[in-house]
Design a protein around this ligand. Structure first.
Ligand SMILES: Nc1nc2c(ncn2[C@@H]2O[C@H](COP(=O)(O)OP(=O)(O)OP(=O)(O)O)[C@@H](O)[C@H]2O)c(=O)[nH]1
Ligand SMILES: [K+]
Ligand SMILES: [Mg+2]
Length: 428
């Protein structure tokens, strides 16, 4: 059964100067002919009057392009209409397209889903494309662009090829040796081969998760009441995100404020001042939430006494209220949120620390789904190294390959496709 031909506005919301309507599927050529009169030369933009296929009234004057498959964005025949970006123009052209046999409006992400189904891109690349569309910071953009270009997929392919070599070694052992007499030297060679592979996977698993880059690093501002936490938050995010008063115990709820500084996305979190003897039930709940936030923090900005510091691997110890004459031995940073003194220095310390906590540039960034599969891959490799029976080793290597194939979507991914492609906008 041949698929429907789909169409959608692929540029931004109307009204705009120009709207790009994309068409993909087996009837693309017929649809373009019906509206523009004839098929232009492939991949050449030409100006045409678009006419309604039934009554021939003029819909718009547009640049049209014809992309015969399979070397197209979706792997199918495609066409583009660069129309005027008015709402009525889009409605009229869409209605004309919808009247053509076999053509219907696209669902969210359907173009990309077809690209995946037709092997134009793999699943990891489609995930990266979704990240690229969502990217708001320079670092997110760069990482997503590299990954959409195959950075992660190339790493998987390298591991996959080596795994296949390992499987070939196992097969030859099974073919050429007596069952009880596996050649010790080849078994040792195989084990070394697998352990090298496993240690590369462990290195990848040790890199910071991609979510930190996409969602923003969680920076928690903590310390005793009235330390100036909310004032510092407001200074860092440059708006009055939290209430400031001279009353100890002002902040109770967790206050989150996303912000980009030096091209890195953060979620700053202001918390209730920590003290042990709060008689106020609401404040006590706030303190509890503050403690939970500290556990989840990627970075802590600590405004309390040095001896009271929470145990956290990424903590910046701040001497606050510098304008009042800070005296905090060994502080990393001396800041007055009131006057702004030291805030630039704090931000540059934060940037340096953040860089160590984000996935390194020019290397694949692994999201939660992919990390889960990498772990399954590493575990199968671990079991394969312990296996005495070559039949068992061969089976573990097959399971290892299955995990890799799920990362790029070669197999067993039906359940996550709707989730992924549903995140795309219509027209992508
Ligand atoms: N002089 C001076 N005063 C400050 C500074 N930062 C905060 N303050 C004052 O200190 C008081 C408490 O500030 P907040 O920002 O509410 O302190 P907090 O740590 O959020 O307090 P709680 O939410 O109650 O835990 C307010 O009166 C602020 O104006 C500073 O850098 N210099
Ligand atoms: K306060
Ligand atoms: Mg506060």
């Amino acid at each position: 059964m041949s698929p429907d031909t789909i169409f959608a506005v692929s540029s931004g919301a109307p009204p705009s100067a120009i709207s790009v309507i994309r068409i993909s599927g087996p009837h693309s050529g017929a649809a373009l002919t019906a509206l523009a009169g004839e098929l232009p030369e492939p991949r050449r933009a030409v100006l045409r009057s678009l006419k309604h296929p039934v009554d021939s009234h003029i819909l718009d004057s547009a640049l049209v392009l014809w992309f015969p498959g399979p070397r197209t964005a979706t792997g199918e025949d495609c066409a583009e209409l660069h129309c005027h970006g008015g709402r009525a123009v889009i409605v009229a052209v869409s209605a004309a397209l919808g009247a053509i046999d076999g053509c219907r409006p696209a669902e969210a992400g359907e173009f990309t889903r077809r690209a995946f189904a037709n092997g134009v891109m793999d699943l990891a690349e489609a995930e990266a494309l979704s990240d690229l569309l969502a990217a708001e910071t320079e670092r997110q953009r760069k990482q997503a662009l590299d990954q959409a270009g195959g950075l992660l997929s190339r790493q998987i392919e390298d591991w996959r090829q080596r795994l296949l070599q390992g499987s070939a070694l196992v097969e030859s052992e099974l073919d050429f040796s007596d069952e009880d007499d596996v050649d010790a030297a080849s078994a040792e060679k195989l084990r070394r081969f697998l352990s090298d592979l496993a240690s590369e996977v462990e290195t990848a698993l040790a890199t910071p998760p991609a979510e930190r880059l996409h969602d923003g690093l969680r920076v928690v501002i903590a310390g005793p009441p009235n330390a100036g936490k909310s004032t510092l938050l407001n200074r860092l995010v440059q708006r009055e995100a939290a209430i400031v008063t001279d009353i100890a115990g002002t902040t109770r709820d967790i206050i989150e404020a996303p912000v980009t500084l030096n091209g890195i996305a953060y979620i700053f979190t202001d918390t209730a001042g920590l003290r042990e003897d709060s008689a106020d039930a609401v404040e006590a709940i706030g303190i509890n939430r503050a403690q939970q936030a500290l556990v989840r923090a990627d970075i802590v900005l600590w405004l309390g006494a040095a001896w009271d510091k929470p145990d956290h691997p990424a903590l910046i110890d701040i001497a606050a209220k510098a304008d009042l004459g800070a005296d905090k031995a060994g502080a990393d940073c001396v800041v007055s949120a009131k006057t702004g003194e030291g805030v630039e220095a704090l931000i540059s310390q934060l940037t340096k620390l953040a860089q160590t906590l984000l996935p390194p540039l020019d290397q694949p960034a692994w999201n939660a789904r992919q990390r889960g599969l990498l772990r399954a891959f590493a575990e199968a490799l671990g079991r394969a190294q312990l296996g005495e029976d070559m039949l068992v080793v061969g089976e573990e290597l097959r399971l290892a390959r299955l995990a890799l194939d799920q990362i790029t979507g070669r197999s067993h991914v039906e359940d996550m496709l709707d989730t992924l492609f549903g995140k795309f906008c219509i027209g992508k």
